[in-house]
Design a protein around this ligand. Structure first.
Ligand code: MD3
Ligand code: FE
Length: 217
């Protein structure tokens, strides 16, 4: 699937692509924020390092993750949940940096979701070969709030599926600085990320970092 397909929909500008009624790709929207995002990210990693969490099924996730904000997404043998505490050290997750919040709110507003107040930012780290299998995000209390996702570093192909695991998925390439916003009925679509190809980014090296802002409580 190529991006030309999206041109069949009327686009307000060519850097904003509408995937479905409530899903938008904002190309390079985060670019002006990157110089401030990276040092904030480094501080978060220092307080709560990336780790490979264990799934309820007993597997280690190939994606490494950490969180910032009042709540963080965690997984262990007992299940998935949001917690105010980083289980690695028993203290709170690092606060959400102001620049993260500003970016998430500006992107949500650009996509038509005003008043987005995320309380959780899940930070995923992918390296070449890392993938994220098709899943739904169902651990949040409030499905009416959108989700905002910020891609940094090497490219990935995002899978945007339907409401059934077997529905055909769109393949959407995501690059450094791209932001995706989903809400409404599209909030519960199956989605995932194909195994990343070998690549190196001038600022981030051999990795892709994804910031996912949610309203969890
Ligand atoms: C699409 N992360 O952390 S962006 C996840 O790139 C996750 O790291 C991916 O899926 C990543 O759960 C994808 C976030 C995302 C979140 C919710 C969605 C994409 C979504 C809900 C519906 C469709
Ligand atoms: Fe997800």
């Amino acid at each position: 699937m190529t991006l030309d397909l999206f041109d069949t929909l009327e686009q307000p500008d060519q850097r904003q692509q509408q995937l479905t009624q409530n899903a938008f790709v904002l190309r390079a929207f985060a670019t002006p924020y990157v110089v401030q995002l990276l040092p904030a990210l480094a501080a978060i990693q220092q307080a709560s390092p990336f780790r490979h969490m264990v799934t309820p099924g007993g597997f280690h996730m190939s994606v490494a993750l950490t969180n910032c904000g009042a709540l963080g997404w965690t997984s262990d043998r007992r299940g998935y949940r949001y917690s105010a505490i980083d289980p690695e050290h028993g203290r709170r997750w690092p606060a959400m940096p102001e620049i993260f919040l500003q970016l998430a709110q500006a992107a949500a507003a650009q996509a038509g979701f005003n008043g987005f107040t995320p309380d959780a930012c899940l930070i995923n780290r992918y390296q070449p070969g890392t993938k994220l299998s098709l899943h739904q995000d169902k651990d949040e209390q409030d499905y009416s709030a959108p989700i905002v996702s910020v891609s940094l570093g090497i490219p990935a192909i995002f899978l945007f599926g339907g409401h059934q695991r077997n529905d055909k998925a769109l393949r959407v390439p995501l690059f450094h600085g791209d932001v995706v916003v989903w809400g409404g009925a599209d909030r519960l679509r199956y989605h995932g990320v194909l195994a990343l190809k070998e690549a190196e980014h001038p600022l981030l090296g051999r990795q892709r970092i994804n910031l996912t802002f949610r309203k969890a409580a």
